[in-house]
Design a protein around this ligand. Structure first.
Ligand code: FMN
Length: 154
Protein backbone atom coordinates (compact mmCIF):
# COMPACT_ATOMS: atom_id res chain seq x y z
CA UNK A 1 0.00 0.00 0.00
CA UNK A 2 1.10 3.57 -0.62
CA UNK A 3 2.83 5.11 2.37
CA UNK A 4 2.50 8.64 1.07
CA UNK A 5 -0.33 10.73 -0.29
CA UNK A 6 -0.58 14.02 -2.13
CA UNK A 7 -3.65 16.13 -1.47
CA UNK A 8 -4.31 18.43 -4.43
CA UNK A 9 -6.37 21.49 -3.62
CA UNK A 10 -8.67 23.52 -5.87
CA UNK A 11 -10.09 26.49 -4.01
CA UNK A 12 -11.29 30.05 -4.40
CA UNK A 13 -11.71 31.22 -0.81
CA UNK A 14 -9.65 28.67 1.10
CA UNK A 15 -12.29 26.30 2.47
CA UNK A 16 -10.95 23.32 0.53
CA UNK A 17 -7.53 24.06 2.01
CA UNK A 18 -8.95 23.76 5.54
CA UNK A 19 -10.43 20.42 4.51
CA UNK A 20 -7.07 19.31 3.13
CA UNK A 21 -5.40 20.21 6.45
CA UNK A 22 -7.87 17.96 8.31
CA UNK A 23 -7.42 15.10 5.88
CA UNK A 24 -3.63 15.42 6.10
CA UNK A 25 -3.76 15.29 9.88
CA UNK A 26 -5.80 12.08 9.89
CA UNK A 27 -3.62 10.37 7.31
CA UNK A 28 -0.44 11.45 9.07
CA UNK A 29 -1.78 9.91 12.28
CA UNK A 30 -2.28 6.69 10.30
CA UNK A 31 1.40 6.77 9.40
CA UNK A 32 1.24 8.18 5.90
CA UNK A 33 3.41 11.05 4.70
CA UNK A 34 0.84 13.60 3.55
CA UNK A 35 1.70 16.54 1.34
CA UNK A 36 -0.75 19.33 0.43
CA UNK A 37 -0.33 21.07 -2.91
CA UNK A 38 -2.46 23.89 -4.27
CA UNK A 39 -3.37 23.15 -7.89
CA UNK A 40 -2.14 26.57 -9.11
CA UNK A 41 1.14 25.41 -10.61
CA UNK A 42 0.35 21.75 -11.22
CA UNK A 43 0.18 19.92 -14.49
CA UNK A 44 -0.25 16.28 -15.48
CA UNK A 45 3.34 15.62 -14.38
CA UNK A 46 2.27 15.49 -10.72
CA UNK A 47 0.96 11.97 -11.46
CA UNK A 48 4.12 10.81 -13.22
CA UNK A 49 5.23 8.41 -10.50
CA UNK A 50 1.73 7.13 -9.68
CA UNK A 51 0.76 6.60 -6.03
CA UNK A 52 -2.07 7.83 -3.82
CA UNK A 53 -3.79 11.18 -4.30
CA UNK A 54 -6.76 13.07 -2.93
CA UNK A 55 -8.53 15.69 -5.00
CA UNK A 56 -10.02 18.30 -2.74
CA UNK A 57 -11.88 20.93 -4.76
CA UNK A 58 -14.80 23.32 -4.67
CA UNK A 59 -17.11 24.35 -7.54
CA UNK A 60 -17.82 27.74 -9.12
CA UNK A 61 -19.57 29.30 -12.09
CA UNK A 62 -21.60 26.84 -14.13
CA UNK A 63 -20.20 23.77 -12.42
CA UNK A 64 -16.62 24.80 -13.07
CA UNK A 65 -13.54 23.97 -11.10
CA UNK A 66 -12.06 26.97 -9.22
CA UNK A 67 -9.74 29.33 -11.12
CA UNK A 68 -6.63 27.80 -9.59
CA UNK A 69 -7.61 24.35 -10.93
CA UNK A 70 -8.40 25.21 -14.56
CA UNK A 71 -4.93 24.85 -16.05
CA UNK A 72 -4.33 21.59 -14.19
CA UNK A 73 -7.58 20.00 -15.39
CA UNK A 74 -6.94 21.20 -18.94
CA UNK A 75 -3.43 19.77 -18.85
CA UNK A 76 -4.85 16.35 -17.97
CA UNK A 77 -7.43 16.50 -20.75
CA UNK A 78 -4.85 17.64 -23.28
CA UNK A 79 -1.91 15.39 -22.43
CA UNK A 80 -4.02 12.32 -21.58
CA UNK A 81 -1.35 10.61 -19.47
CA UNK A 82 -1.80 6.94 -18.59
CA UNK A 83 -2.79 7.07 -14.92
CA UNK A 84 -3.11 3.32 -14.33
CA UNK A 85 -0.68 3.60 -11.40
CA UNK A 86 -2.77 6.28 -9.66
CA UNK A 87 -5.18 5.61 -6.77
CA UNK A 88 -7.26 8.56 -5.72
CA UNK A 89 -10.12 9.87 -3.62
CA UNK A 90 -12.33 12.93 -4.09
CA UNK A 91 -13.59 15.37 -1.48
CA UNK A 92 -15.82 17.79 -3.37
CA UNK A 93 -17.11 21.02 -1.87
CA UNK A 94 -20.31 22.55 -3.17
CA UNK A 95 -23.67 24.02 -2.32
CA UNK A 96 -27.07 22.45 -3.07
CA UNK A 97 -28.38 25.94 -3.80
CA UNK A 98 -26.67 25.31 -7.14
CA UNK A 99 -28.73 22.15 -7.68
CA UNK A 100 -27.90 21.72 -11.38
CA UNK A 101 -24.17 21.82 -10.81
CA UNK A 102 -23.83 20.50 -7.28
CA UNK A 103 -20.20 19.55 -6.64
CA UNK A 104 -19.44 19.36 -10.36
CA UNK A 105 -15.86 20.54 -9.76
CA UNK A 106 -15.09 17.31 -7.97
CA UNK A 107 -17.09 15.34 -10.50
CA UNK A 108 -15.06 16.78 -13.38
CA UNK A 109 -11.84 15.56 -11.79
CA UNK A 110 -13.37 12.18 -10.97
CA UNK A 111 -14.53 11.63 -14.54
CA UNK A 112 -11.27 12.82 -16.06
CA UNK A 113 -9.09 10.67 -13.81
CA UNK A 114 -11.25 7.60 -14.51
CA UNK A 115 -11.01 8.21 -18.24
CA UNK A 116 -7.23 8.25 -17.91
CA UNK A 117 -7.19 4.89 -16.14
CA UNK A 118 -6.75 6.00 -12.54
CA UNK A 119 -8.59 3.92 -9.93
CA UNK A 120 -10.81 5.68 -7.42
CA UNK A 121 -10.68 4.40 -3.87
CA UNK A 122 -13.78 4.92 -1.71
CA UNK A 123 -16.86 6.99 -2.46
CA UNK A 124 -16.74 10.61 -3.57
CA UNK A 125 -17.60 12.94 -0.71
CA UNK A 126 -19.96 15.71 -1.84
CA UNK A 127 -20.17 18.34 0.86
CA UNK A 128 -23.17 20.66 0.82
CA UNK A 129 -22.36 24.09 2.27
CA UNK A 130 -26.11 24.79 2.62
CA UNK A 131 -26.44 21.89 5.06
CA UNK A 132 -25.05 24.01 7.86
CA UNK A 133 -22.20 21.62 8.58
CA UNK A 134 -18.62 22.70 7.98
CA UNK A 135 -16.73 20.59 5.46
CA UNK A 136 -13.61 20.60 7.62
CA UNK A 137 -15.70 19.00 10.39
CA UNK A 138 -16.70 16.15 8.07
CA UNK A 139 -13.26 15.70 6.60
CA UNK A 140 -11.77 13.63 9.42
CA UNK A 141 -14.42 10.89 9.24
CA UNK A 142 -14.22 10.79 5.47
CA UNK A 143 -10.41 10.59 5.57
CA UNK A 144 -10.49 7.69 8.05
CA UNK A 145 -12.90 5.82 5.76
CA UNK A 146 -10.77 6.59 2.73
CA UNK A 147 -7.69 5.23 4.47
CA UNK A 148 -9.52 1.96 5.21
CA UNK A 149 -10.61 1.71 1.58
CA UNK A 150 -7.06 2.36 0.39
CA UNK A 151 -5.74 -0.35 2.66
CA UNK A 152 -8.31 -2.82 1.36
CA UNK A 153 -7.68 -1.85 -2.26
CA UNK A 154 -3.96 -2.53 -2.01
C1 FMN B 1 -20.14 32.53 -7.00
C2 FMN B 1 -20.25 31.13 -6.49
C3 FMN B 1 -20.59 30.10 -7.37
C4 FMN B 1 -20.73 28.78 -6.90
N1 FMN B 1 -21.12 27.80 -7.78
C5 FMN B 1 -21.33 26.54 -7.31
C6 FMN B 1 -21.81 25.51 -8.18
O1 FMN B 1 -22.04 25.70 -9.37
N2 FMN B 1 -22.01 24.27 -7.64
C7 FMN B 1 -21.78 23.98 -6.33
O2 FMN B 1 -21.99 22.84 -5.91
N3 FMN B 1 -21.30 24.95 -5.49
C8 FMN B 1 -21.06 26.21 -5.94
N4 FMN B 1 -20.62 27.19 -5.07
C9 FMN B 1 -20.34 26.84 -3.66
C10 FMN B 1 -18.86 26.63 -3.34
O3 FMN B 1 -18.27 25.59 -4.11
C11 FMN B 1 -18.74 26.26 -1.83
O4 FMN B 1 -19.16 27.38 -1.07
C12 FMN B 1 -17.37 25.84 -1.38
O5 FMN B 1 -17.44 25.42 -0.03
C13 FMN B 1 -16.31 26.94 -1.49
O6 FMN B 1 -15.05 26.38 -1.21
P1 FMN B 1 -13.68 27.19 -1.39
O7 FMN B 1 -13.63 28.25 -0.32
O8 FMN B 1 -12.61 26.17 -1.17
O9 FMN B 1 -13.61 27.75 -2.77
C14 FMN B 1 -20.47 28.49 -5.52
C15 FMN B 1 -20.11 29.54 -4.66
C16 FMN B 1 -20.00 30.84 -5.11
C17 FMN B 1 -19.62 31.93 -4.14
Amino acid sequence: MADSVKILVGTMTGTAELVADEIAEVLTDKGMAAEIELMDDLDAGVFADGGAFIICTSTYGQGDVPDNAHAFLESLKEKKPDLAAVRYGVFALGDMTYAQTFCFGGRQFDETLQELGARRVGAVMNHNAASGSLPEDEAADWAAGWYEALTEAA
